[in-house]
Ligand binder design. Structure first.
Ligand code: AR6
Length: 188
């Protein structure tokens, strides 16, 4: 159950749930620059996916804020984990929005490079990194929607929101975006 927007053969959808349970070809991790397993989404992915993810990440080494790198997904259903590093929120006037948009865009580029049809994202930066949900949601969804318009892959982007509060913030932001762009939002 959730909401979706269609752009030709491409879909952006919002659901509540757990990112580690997704059967999309890739899931995105809310990682840190050192790619060292932490808490939140990152902790859940490494716990459930097993040690191979951290081993691969260690070989890559670092990932600057606003960038994204790929590893396998260990024991998870997905084939790949795309580790994206969102910004730590300070005051909203320190380039956070640009860095957050970049983290989403770079993760989507990794999916495109791999020719993936489907990818699932958590709400980057809105946990330990302190980005307010209401500010993060329009940045995240605007970036994803532009990317879907301009690229053939991925074709399905699923935002997996942890709990009703996050889901409502994203649903509200999507409704605004859809209105502005003259698109239609469907419940499913
Ligand atoms: N599935 C989907 N969303 C989740 C899940 C889950 N299983 N668990 C939490 N969330 P966070 P960040 C939501 O803290 O803010 C780590 O230590 C959560 O409610 O995971 O980007 C890393 O190593 C929140 O809205 O990521 C970094 O050091 C969102 O996912 C740092 O935290 C993101 O919360 C990254 O912080």
């Amino acid at each position: 159950m959730g909401v979706r927007v269609r752009l030709g053969n491409k879909i952006l959808e919002l659901v509540t749930g757990d990112i580690t349970e997704q059967d999309t070809e890739a899931i995105v991790n809310a990682a840190n620059e050192r790619l060292i397993p932490g808490g939140g989404v990152d902790g859940a992915i490494h716990r459930k996916g097993g040690p191979s993810i951290a081993e691969e990440a260690r070989k890559i080494g670092r990932c600057p804020t606003g960038q994204a790198v790929v590893t396998g997904a260990g024991r998870l259903k997905a084939r790949y984990v795309i580790h994206a590093v969102g910004p730590i929120y300070r005051d909203g006037r320190s380039g956070e929005a640009d860095l957050l948009a970049s983290a989403y865009r770079e993760a989507l580029k990794r999916a495109r490079e791999l020719g993936l049809k489907s990818v699932a994202f958590p709400s980057l930066s809105t946990g330990a990194y302190g980005y307010p949900l209401e500010e993060a949601a329009p940045v995240a969804l605007g970036t994803i929607l532009s990317f879907l318009k301009e690229n053939e892959y991925p074709q399905l982007v699923r935002m997996v929101l942890w709990g009703e509060k996050a889901y409502e913030a994203y649903r509200h932001a999507l409704a605004e975006l859809v209105k502005r762009e003259g698109l239609a939002m469907e419940e499913f």
